[in-house]
Design a binder for this molecule. Structure first.
Ligand code: DC
Length: 225
């Protein structure tokens, strides 16, 4: 008999370490890691390229029917995003793309457009899926829900290190301000705001190393399986 599928929903603010932790935990259990932020980033990039106002519901909704958004996984398990056939995996990672992603993700038509793509993955695979509304909207029946947080200061420092490694010259002040603005935008929007599901386990990684955070998530998965 086929093994029962298992789903882990990890939500939390940007920079809490969700993607690195989720990816490592997925690899440990042989699950697929789904980075839903990358999917919103791809819509954000499409809006940027079309010169559409990312806050305008009408402008962004008009783009959606023309978008072909897909993703697959590289040999090392890295999720790659495609926009109308072009690999945009690197292009969606700039600070500008982050702001566009945050703006378009507040638009209900965008969220509805991307919902099935996310749910389909969990229907066909065991997944660790990370985002903002996975436990609350996308997979409300997930076997395990984790709300992963860290202080703004800890998150900004981690994001700065990631950007610096890619040669991005942003300063800690800029990264902290961008992050605070995105937190505010993602938490206070009407459509699927960032919030913990009532049955989510809260995990604050401010004082944990990356490996400790991964172990904590894996222990939670083990406990539920
Ligand atoms: O996780 P991330 O930073 O790559 O996400 C980019 C933006 O997309 C973020 O500002 C909020 C939005 N997002 C969302 O609204 N819902 C999700 N499930 C994932 C991301």
């Amino acid at each position: 008999m086929a093994e029962r599928l298992f789903s882990v929903a990890i939500d939390g603010p940007s920079g809490a370490g969700k993607s690195t932790i989720a990816k490592a935990a997925a690899a440990r259990f042989g699950f697929i890691y789904v980075d839903t932020g990358a999917i919103y980033r791809t819509v954000g990039l499409a809006a940027r390229r079309a010169d559409a106002d990312p806050h305008s519901e009408a402008a962004v909704a008009a783009l959606l029917p023309g978008l072909d958004i897909r993703f697959d996984y590289g040999p090392d398990g890295t999720q790659r995003m495609y926009l109308n056939g072009e690999d945009v995996s690197a292009a969606i990672r700039t600070p500008e793309a982050s702001m566009y992603a945050s703006a378009v993700s507040a638009i209900p038509a965008v969220r509805a457009f991307l919902l099935d793509m996310q749910r389909d993955m969990a229907r066909t695979h065991s997944v660790v899926m990370d985002g903002r509304d996975i436990g609350t909207v996308v997979l409300p029946g997930a076997d395990l829900k984790i709300f992963l947080t860290a202080s703004l200061q800890a998150r900004a420092k981690r994001r700065l290190a990631e950007l610096a490694a890619k040669g991005d010259p942003s300063t800690l002040e800029e990264v902290t301000a961008d992050m605070a603005r995105r937190d505010e935008q993602d938490s206070n929007r009407a459509a699927a705001p960032l919030k913990a599901a009532p049955d989510a386990v809260l995990l604050d990684t401010s004082e944990l190393t990356l490996n400790e955070s991964i172990d904590a998530v894996c222990a939670l998965v083990e406990g539920r399986r």
